[in-house]
Design a protein around this ligand. Structure first.
Ligand SMILES: NC(=O)c1ccc[n+]([C@@H]2O[C@H](COP(=O)([O-])OP(=O)(O)OC[C@H]3O[C@@H](n4cnc5c(N)ncnc54)[C@H](O)[C@@H]3O)[C@@H](O)[C@H]2O)c1
Length: 262
């Protein structure tokens, strides 16, 4: 048995991602999970290409300072995704990390699902994950490796009647793509994992009425909703070298929601 210890106490705080270049999608307005993730990555020493479809990435990136560069892209359009990674390579010279946070919620319950909603959800979550992961690995393989973190959902594991069927199905597909990319590109030094948030108080959920908030927060074993920072910290760990032997996993960050029987 070795008595060697690996102290982490000598590290400077805030340097988990020192020197890394990260492309982060879904960097919308302040308090979206993507914007909070971009802020944490910068705090941890990364340079960030912040992208979103909405245009909100401009103000969010400006507020984060010179380490963050904005780029507008729709992750369901391959031309946009190609241009996104080309811009990252031109700006920073390499891409070490992709965090694919972009997503759209489904509004319809169970059998109310429509073809339009199904196509919109599968397009952003499934096709968007496929395209961003595909072009990330293209940038990473020649450099000898990298790390990808996709955003799934606790709704990918099991079903809640209030959550759109199409959303759950699309997020289950995100888990499958995460595992596929991990297995296909592991030999090239690329790790691919996913974060599966439970109900989290990102900007859009600030509008949820108090009674629904209490009910949704009460679903977790911890009896509360999550904060965007709690998602961002797990994404930062998975993207960092500290997770060097972690790949192909979907990590629930849901306060224990997916662990309960109901
Ligand atoms: N907030 C939660 O409770 C919760 C729970 C489970 C999973 N998630 C997942 O976490 C991620 C972030 O959640 P959030 O609450 O910050 O969501 P959000 O809707 O506030 O932000 C998502 C961002 O993605 C962007 N986007 C949507 N479609 C896009 C496209 N085609 N191309 C590029 N950008 C696009 C939006 O403009 C927006 O800025 C999403 O993938 C979501 O499904 C969130």
């Amino acid at each position: 048995m070795t008595t060697e210890t690996h102290s982490t106490h000598s590290r400077q705080p805030g340097g988990l991602l020192e020197g890394k270049v990260a492309v982060i999608t879904g960097v919308g307005a302040a308090e979206t999970i993507g914007a909070v993730t971009a802020a944490l990555f910068v705090e941890e020493g990364a340079q960030v290409l912040a992208t979103d479809i909405s245009g909100a990435q401009e103000a969010t990136a400006a507020a984060l300072g010179p380490a963050t560069v904005p780029f507008q892209a729709d992750i369901t359009r391959e031309k946009d995704v190609e241009a996104l990674f080309e811009h990252a390579m031109e700006t920073f010279g390499r891409v070490d990390i992709l965090v694919n946070v972009a997503g759209n919620p489904g509004g319809r319950r169970g059998p109310e699902v429509t073809v339009e909603e199904f196509e919109s959800l599968t397009s952003v979550h499934l096709l968007g994950t496929l395209l961003t992961n595909k072009h990330a690995v293209r940038a990473m393989v020649p450099a000898g490796g990298g790390a990808i973190v996709n955003f799934s959902s606790a709704a990918s594991f099991n079903i809640d009647k209030r959550i759109s069927m199409a959303y759950s199905a699309a997020k289950s597909g995100v888990n499958s793509l995460t595992k596929s990319f991990a297995v296909h590109y592991g030999p090239q030094g690329i790790r691919v994992n996913a974060v599966a948030p439970g109900f989290t108080l990102s900007k859009k959920n600030h509008r949820v009425p108090p009674e629904a908030l209490e009910e949704l927060g009460g679903k977790s074993a911890l009896g509360r909703a999550g904060q965007p920072e709690e998602q961002a910290h797990v994404a930062a760990f998975l993207a960092s070298d500290r997770a060097s032997f972690v790949t192909g996993v979907v990590v629930p960050v849901d306060g224990g929601w997916s662990t309960r029987l109901a």
